[in-house]
Design a protein. Structure first.
Length: 238
């Protein structure tokens, strides 16, 4: 917990000092917490150290690979990110099957990554892509570099538009009328880019959005989140 508090406040020196004192008690969870902090602050050197320690303790933990890959992508090191993805697959570090659920008109709908089974799925993807284009400048201000790389293209990028919680949200938005606030449940953590995008959507669409993931309940309203960006998590994509 202290790693998160110091880290998200930008006090990385205190984080390193604390970890050095706890050297014999460190576990993979602490290194992953530090890695998440390094994603937020773009600290490549400390992030690589945290990644190496995390995979040494848990070689098949996919989260570490995804976090480190995000750091590489944000630093413009796409080749290293691609190489890391190959290493992840070779090590058998499998991603968790992520699913999101939403209730709409008294029915429960589930969405997996890249779900093409739902009615109006084309409208859902077009809705997300158009929102990303509209919000490009604001996303840049908020520092979501990976989001920008997707917003600049005319193709439907699976790396962002196919995230399960965004599909669930888009499904509700393109099928009015819908209850407010919009509620989505997810069985894993929301990623940084989705967190950024949903904040912006809540402002532009003037709608309150609640995302409950496996770490936190996020209340998005008027471009802000109740977690104050402390608990968005882990991957560059699902």
């Amino acid at each position: 917990m202290m790693v998160n508090l110091y880290g998200y406040a930008g006090e990385l020196d205190k984080v390193e000092e604390m970890l050095s004192r706890l050297q014999m008690e460190l576990n993979a969870s602490l290194w992953l917490s530090l890695l998440k902090v390094c994603v937020k602050h773009g600290n490549l050197q400390l992030g690589k150290q945290a990644f190496d320690c995390a995979v040494c303790l848990q070689p098949r933990e996919a989260t570490a690979y995804l976090l480190m890959s995000t750091i590489y992508v944000n630093a413009g090191l796409s080749d290293l990110a691609n190489h890391l993805e190959i290493s992840r697959q070779k090590e058998g570090a499998l991603k968790k099957d992520e699913t999101s659920w939403c209730e709409h008109q008294q029915r429960l709908f589930s969405f997996s990554v890249g779900d093409h089974r739902k009615l109006n799925q084309h409208r859902m993807y077009e809705c997300l892509l158009e929102l990303i284009r509209q919000l490009k400048d604001e996303a840049q201000f908020l520092g979501s570099k990976f989001l920008l790389s997707n917003a600049a293209t005319t193709k439907l990028q699976p790396s962002l538009c196919s995230h399960s919680q965004l599909l669930a949200l888009a499904f509700v938005l393109v099928n009015p009328p819908f209850k407010k606030p919009v509620r989505v449940k997810k069985n894993a953590c929301i990623c940084q880019d989705c967190h950024t995008l949903i904040k912006l959507i809540s402002d532009v669409k003037n709608v309150c959005i609640i995302i409950v993931d496996d770490k936190c309940s996020h209340l998005f309203k008027r471009g802000k989140c109740s977690c104050h960006d402390y608990f968005y998590a882990h991957s560059k994509g699902e």
